[in-house]
Design a protein around this ligand. Structure first.
Ligand SMILES: [Zn+2]
Ligand SMILES: [Zn+2]
Length: 245
């Protein structure tokens, strides 16, 4: 995912949040957003699972892009980071990349030291939450007061339990360190302070165990009557630029 901010002086900073694709695919996706790889000022990594980290170090090495991640993620990834400019970050310690302030917060997920991030610039705040097993007070407070949210709606609990997945995988995904069910995602969206919220994008939907129309309906239920735009990121296309002021 790509996040950009443009300052009052027209200075633009863009960062990539995770890179689960090959370098080639990442380049293709950047081109679709009219971005050159060299314009990415940094890669911020949530955790070591392949769908988030696969292309990170290769991309960083090729383009000299600095990488931010937790020490636990770095250790667990066991990736070849030779020649990569690595910065360690930790829960609740804000750091800056150009015009962007990045605030890491901890989440329950079956990874070594997973972090999710809120990213702010000029008083505008984006909250991102994927790969999380259950709702915590910390998550609700971190995501409160955002102008935009990207929120995991992974699975419908009933579709998951009726799926052909092996029992152990069902337990992992649906467990307290797995992924967010639609019901829990809806609960988080219900509980966060939405006074500034203008945009919510649902992400990390399971292709087998969820339906975009189900997620859309649940989001609309929670947000009923509010002037908040909703969208769904699909795995193949992602989504285009969304502007929030
Ligand atoms: Zn994931
Ligand atoms: Zn994960």
């Amino acid at each position: 995912m790509l996040v950009s901010a443009i300052s009052d002086h027209d200075r633009r900073t863009s960062i990539m949040l995770d890179c689960g694709f090959s370098v080639k695919e990442a380049e293709r996706r950047l081109a679709r957003l009219d971005m050159l790889p060299a314009e990415v000022a940094g890669i911020v990594v949530t955790h070591e699972h392949g769908d988030h980290i696969r292309g990170v170090f290769k991309f960083a090495r090729r383009y000299g892009t600095p990488v931010w991640l937790s020490y636990g993620t770095y250790q667990a990834a066991q990736a070849d980071s030779h020649g990569v400019d690595i910065h360690f970050c930790r829960d609740d310690e804000v750091f800056s990349i150009g015009e962007l302030q990045v605030h890491p917060y901890t989440v329950p997920h079956d990874a070594r030291e997973p972090l999710q991030y809120c990213i702010s610039s000029s008083g505008c705040k984006l909250g991102v939450l994927t790969d999380v097993g259950h709702k915590t007070d910390r998550i609700v407070s971190a995501l409160s007061g955002c102008d935009a949210l990207v929120l995991e709606w992974n699975h419908d609990a009933e579709m998951l339990s009726n799926s052909s997945y092996p029992y152990s995988l069902k337990m992992r995904i649906g467990g307290p360190h797995g992924h967010l069910s639609n019901a829990v995602a809806a609960e988080i969206l219900r509980e966060v302070d939405k006074s500034k919220l203008k945009l919510v994008i649902a992400a990390h939907l399971s292709q087998q165990n969820n339906k975009p129309e189900l997620v859309e309906r649940l989001m609309a239920d929670v947000l009923e009557g509010a002037m908040i735009e909703i969208g769904i990121a699909c795995q193949h296309q992602g989504f285009g630029w969304k502007e929030v002021r």
